[in-house]
Design a binder for this molecule. Sequence first.
Ligand code: FE
Length: 154
Amino acid sequence: MHGIADIVAAALPEDERLWVPQAPNVWFRPLFLNTVSGEWVNVLRVRKAGMLNRHRHPAPVHGYVLKGSWRYLEHDWVAREGMYVFEPPGEVHTLVVDEGEMMTLFHVSGCLIYVDERGKSVNYDDVHTKIEMCRRHFTQVGLGADYVRQFIRT
Ligand code: FE
């Protein structure tokens, strides 16, 4: 017997309400939100012209591309369907999608520190801001703020 509930859920739900808007043309599907370790797992969905602002991570990020392709403005490689991406601590990058739609499963171990052109911190996202975005969105679409609870591990 163990005290922590399993999570078994559609990673790519048909129900559009389960995709939480993060920025124009950027959404995430929450799967695991750990308020003790600070890590989270989500599927990021970005459609063309969508962009994840320049940011840095203080802890490792693992990604697996489920659909489409994307790249970082700071690198010359393209992440394509089926590829694994590792973002080391200290890495600074800006995620862009050149065509269509991409979906990537990300395991983020800490946070995203958004930085300006000179690398100065301007904002951040962590497991708590992600939970807050979920609560706000799930309230708006009628699922209720507590809908996010099924993904929270403490
Ligand atoms: Fe990143």
